[in-house]
Design a protein. Sequence first.
Length: 368
Amino acid sequence: MNITTKRKSNIELLRVLCMICLVAHHFTIHGNLYLNENIFVQRFSLIFAPLGKMCYVVFMVISSYFLSNANVKSKRFWKVWMEVLFYNILMMLATLVGSGWNGLLSIKMIVGSIFPMLGASHGYAVAYLWFLAFLPFIKILQEKMNEHFLGNLIFLLFSLEIVSWIIGSFIDYNAGIKSELFFFVLIYYSTLYLKKYDEKLLHVSRKTLFSWGGVCVCIYLIEYLIWYIGVQNSNHIFQILLTFINNQRSPLNILFGYTVFYIFMNIHINYSKVINRMASTTFAILLIHDSNYFRNLIWNYILRSPIGQHLWRSKIEFIFTYFIIVIGLSGFCCLIDLIRQNTVDKLVMNSHVFTTLCEKTNMNGNAE
């Protein structure tokens, strides 16, 4: 059974919007639009620069919220693992064909594609897989914690993250506790705490919602200004500030992620089959368009064709073409995954091998 089938569509709509923003963010960053010599192109594309890390936090919060009271089944892990494996291989082949087999094939590339958890996959995908692998043990600890213990654990984890984030910003981005898994656990327990002990967040007034919206706008404007000034100015202080915010561990990004999530939790949208089906493809959209293999090809070759260069001639044409590329790429990836879900996914999920694998790796010995 698809675990998202009967969900109300408020959070599923949030997934879709965040993924579109993430595609726009990657177009801005990986397409180097934020460094373009045309000042309008630079200013406009930077609108989406702060949203990338914010959206990753939102995705983590959404996953944590629904996993916090879900039954721990190995089927969930293997389903995600198969999806990552499928797109790793597909994107590797697409990159090799697209680049004319230009010496890109290597043992490391093949092994990294076949074994997604070794780190050759997308960073978020690797963290999510490891998180799902450890989820049974995280759940065991969860069941033994009271409110006081859980609060202290979150404070400890958050303190370690802040120290790591500060050290990494001043010394080396890779310094400190850089593990995405560690951050995922922090978000999971924080979301669990809010869900379990602060239910009033789900029933707030319209005035409160507008206040939360104001907080999000303020955070966004602060980050946009830092991005804009940081790109224009090589001043050391602004470069440090840019490093601060260009990280999902930034307290501003965490606050933004939770605030947006609870805004949408308080917006009532009934079940929509269209929205929920689109939302079911968001993970695949990430795996396709931001694949470690495919990223360079798509942003620096496919989308920088003579048609792409036409973007800079007119403000209206640039904006129109920018959104056509973002929406078109998102829709194309969505279509690919809908085809996968109705072909490869069904064949694998219904196979005896997959069912046996789930049974053998499940704690209760039941594939479901």
